[in-house]
Design a protein around this ligand. Structure first.
Ligand code: FES
Length: 359
């Protein structure tokens, strides 16, 4: 039967769909989204504590079992982080699922990281070049915004459609109040539009929009010792997580394994030294160099970060929580290595940096 605009039974592209999410503990959450909305985005916009991290189909944190209803996946699930078993069991990625009908879902809600996502104007108050082609970028926010350690936000120069996501390196306020300044470590990406623009000259005073916070990496395993593995500017959320946990736990100890190319590329020494001073014997740093010239005066470990992860670290891998940040290949290699060393899979918290241009 043909439907006309006046037909009260007509379904529009945006009429509401009822979403029922069942948690493992039997709790049930019901909310509505518009048909054709992206499931995760719509949930986050309503302040729902939906598990997520990358929001671009890479990390797998938003995996959700579709019990009833229909979604359109925006990625080929066979190329996603979901295993064949998970796909066969009906799992989808909420960040890549366009809602087509009412849905009944199973997901691990309530990780506790969800803070209201806000979009606020900001301006650059620090643009400082560090070794290793990294910029320490700080923005003053017009309205303070709270965030959790390990989270990230999206920034865009005012008037530009180019957005980039960066993790906060600051320790969030102990009382949960909003930050009026936030800082990031930005690695130069040769040929990257935003990166080349940012590195071309001092951008102090430039206006930005900031949207966030996003991500759930740093919300579990307080009071457990932490092994933190950072590849390059993956150090940013590690600084935030360790700083936060030193204050929230009286006992947890942290080993930071920091991988850079050469001794000349070591950056953020001031922030690392401040953390070491604050933590005393509760924090230690292992810097490992992947491309240090043979015969240099460097006496520390050499190789990829995985080479530093073994029994000689003296870590009780079966009891530790791991936090890994860096590019996708590095994070996956470290995850595999840590599982081989006995770290429990559900204690591995990862932030996989997605290259610029990934849809
Ligand atoms: S895969 Fe969906 S949030 Fe990362």
């Amino acid at each position: 039967m043909l439907q006309t605009a006046a037909d009260p039974t007509a379904r529009t592209r945006t009429d509401p769909c009822k979403i029922t999410v069942r948690g493992k503990d039997g709790a049930e959450l019901v909310f509505e989204v518009n048909r054709n909305d992206m499931l995760l985005k719509a949930a986050i916009e309503q302040g729902i504590d939906y598990p997520h991290n990358c929001r671009v189909g890479v990390c797998g944190t938003c995996k959700t079992r579709l019990v009833n209803g229909r979604v359109s996946p925006m990625v080929d699930l066979a190329l996603s982080p979901l295993t064949n078993e998970q796909i066969e069991a009906g799992f989808v990625l909420a960040c890549q699922a366009k809602v087509r009908t009412d849905l009944v879902l199973e997901a691990k809600l309530g990780g506790g990281a969800m803070l209201p996502v806000k979009t606020v104007p900001a301006r650059v108050v620090r643009w400082h070049k560090l070794p290793g082609e990294v910029i320490d970028l700080r923005l003053a926010l017009e309205t303070p915004v709270p965030f959790n350690a390990g989270q990230y936000c999206t920034i865009a120069e005012s008037g530009s459609f180019t957005r980039r996501s960066y993790s906060y390196y600051d320790t969030p306020a102990a009382d949960g109040s909003g930050a009026s300044e936030i800082g990031f470590l930005v690695k130069r990406l040769p040929g990257g539009k935003f990166s080349e623009w940012l590195f071309a000259e001092d951008r102090s005073g430039v206006k930005f929009w900031v949207e966030g916070p996003f991500g759930v990496m740093g919300v579990d395993d307080f009071d457990r010792d932490g092994l933190c593995v950072a590849g390059g500017t993956g150090l940013s959320p590690i600084l935030s997580i360790v700083g936060d946990r030193l204050r929230k736990s009286k006992t947890a100890k942290f080993t930071i394994v920091f991988g850079v190319r050469t001794a000349k590329d070591i950056f953020a020494n001031d922030r690392l030294n401040a953390l070491l001073a604050e933590g005393g014997d509760r924090v230690r740093l292992v810097t490992i160099l992947s491309h240090e010239p043979a015969g240099s005066s460097w006496t520390g470990p050499r190789g990829l970060v995985t080479a530093a992860l073994d029994e000689t670290l003296g870590i009780d891998y079966a009891q530790t929580a791991a936090f890994i940040c860096g590019n996708l290949g590095m994070v996956e290699a470290v995850e595999k290595r840590l599982i081989g060393l006995g770290v429990q899979a559900d204690r591995i918290h990862a932030d996989k940096f997605v290259p610029s241009g990934t849809p």
